[in-house]
Design a binder for this molecule. Structure first.
Ligand SMILES: Nc1ncnc2c1ncn2[C@@H]1O[C@H](COP(=O)(O)OP(=O)(O)O)[C@@H](O)[C@H]1O
Ligand SMILES: Cc1ncsc1CCOP(=O)(O)O
Ligand SMILES: [Mg+2]
Length: 260
């Protein structure tokens, strides 16, 4: 039961997760991290980026609402995180949509050691060099996420998590597919960003990247299924997702987990 170990570790260790993230999702991300037992902090200031990263247990770089100044802070934080050996997760929100996002992701990939890149099928399809059209931040349905994950990992040379109806993750030698989750996740903005940050919290407590990533993804997907079971709309779902993230334990998780 790796999920037991992982979620229990997060709840016992309360890892500090430093998020340099987009303006849309700061509230959901901070509250989702608190719900799973992690400790969130958000900042965009270059002046404190390296110090905050040095104090953190994991760093999340999310380019959803980018600016040149924010990218400078990301580079400073990322370099400090690399020096201190803490995992860095990149969420390349909307890459492929504009040249600025593309340049930003290229710079972060070139300058930093990343533990994981997590994106939707359109974003990772673009980075994999596949025929992938990205015009905003939301993914298109029906993508072959395992094929995209394998190709993106090959192209980028780092572990990849591609989300969608099926979530696929690979480090080039192991491939896992998680078939949990719920379509309502696509009707609440920030749910992919929150998964990136929760995965960072699991990575902070486990140096086995594939195990931590699979455990975080399965845990999140099952929490979403349970949150959606009431059959209501996106507003109640968003609240229930936080409640399930806070309550779900291994006994509740195991019967629902669909992980290969
Ligand atoms: N059709 C779907 N069925 C079940 N879960 C989904 C579906 N689409 C997305 N998800 C889930 O929503 C979360 C966010 O994924 P995704 O929508 O791909 O990312 P983003 O929000 O970055 O575009 C993931 O946990 C994923 O498993
Ligand atoms: C709508 C929007 N616009 C810029 S960032 C953002 C949020 C994206 O969140 P997610 O990728 O988790 O859906
Ligand atoms: Mg996203």
């Amino acid at each position: 039961m790796t999920a037991l170990t992982s979620i229990d570790r997060v709840r016992a260790q309360h890892p500090l997760i430093f998020n340099i993230t987009n303006a849309v999702v700061t509230d959901l991300t901070a509250n989702g991290l608190l719900a799973v037992g992690a400790s969130p902090v958000m900042s965009n200031a270059l002046e404190e980026a390296a110090d905050m990263a040095a104090a953190a247990d994991a760093l999340v770089l999310n380019i959803g609402t980018p600016s040149a100044a924010q990218v400078e802070a990301m580079l400073a934080a990322g370099r400090a995180a690399n020096q201190h050996g803490i995992p860095v997760v990149l969420d390349p929100v909307g890459v492929g949509a504009t040249p600025f996002r593309n340049r930003t992701v290229r710079t972060l990939l070139d300058e930093l050691e990343l533990a994981l890149i997590r994106g939707n099928a359109g974003e990772l399809g673009y980075l994999a060099g596949l025929d992938s059209r990205v015009s905003g931040v939301d993914a298109t349905a029906g993508a072959d996420t395992p094929a995209i994950a394998e190709r993106a990992c090959e192209q980028l040379g780092l572990p990849v998590l591609v989300t969608g109806r099926e979530d696929a993750m690979t480090d080039g030698s192991t491939l896992h597919v998680v078939r949990n989750g719920h379509p309502l996740l696509s009707r609440v903005t920030g749910t992919g960003c929150l998964l990136s940050s929760i995965t960072a919290a699991f990575l902070a407590c486990d140096d086995q990247v594939m195990r931590a990533t699979a455990d975080a993804t399965g845990f999140y997907g099952v929490a979403a299924e349970l949150a959606a079971a009431h059959g209501e709309g996106p507003g109640s779902f968003r609240h229930r997702l936080l409640d399930r993230l806070a309550e779900l334990d291994t006994a509740g998780l195991t019967p629902h987990l669909q992980l290969d």
